[in-house]
Design a protein around this ligand. Structure first.
Ligand code: SF4
Length: 116
């Protein structure tokens, strides 16, 4: 089976063609660098993403939040739900932990901006 992917490693967005057998990438073409090959192999076997969203503070001010690392793609909805449900009050500092273990992934979600 062949899968067509777009590498998200940099703004070039190389079009990748991946030959897949038994759920694993056996060959990757179209990548300009090794990052593209690694991305394709990971995307086929265990896709992950960093999640960016916002949380509304008790004062009604939105604060941008990002996971501190990548999480399994199928957990994105649960992670966003956890972040949205967090109880946060101002002030919030850049890097403050908003959720320590987002949706049981073991990955924290942190504020990406200071909001006074
Ligand atoms: S393969 Fe390399 S050059 Fe191409 S989009 Fe991915 S990171 Fe960028």
């Amino acid at each position: 089976m062949t899968r067509e992917l777009t590498c998200i490693g940099c703004p070039m967005g190389c079009a990748l063609t991946v030959e897949v057998e038994n759920g694993e990438a056996v060959s990757v073409a179209g990548n300009t660098c090794k990052i593209g090959e690694n991305y394709a192999r990971s995307e086929i076997s265990a896709p992950v993403r960093a999640v960016t969203t916002t949380v509304l503070t008790a004062e009604g001010i939105p604060v941008p939040v990002k996971t501190a690392g990548s999480i399994p793609k199928e957990k994105i909805f649960e992670v966003v739900k956890d972040i949205k449900a967090a109880k946060v009050t101002l002030p919030v500092r850049l890097g403050d932990i908003i959720v320590s273990d987002a949706a049981g992934t073991g990955v924290a979600a942190v504020a990406t901006r200071t909001v006074e």
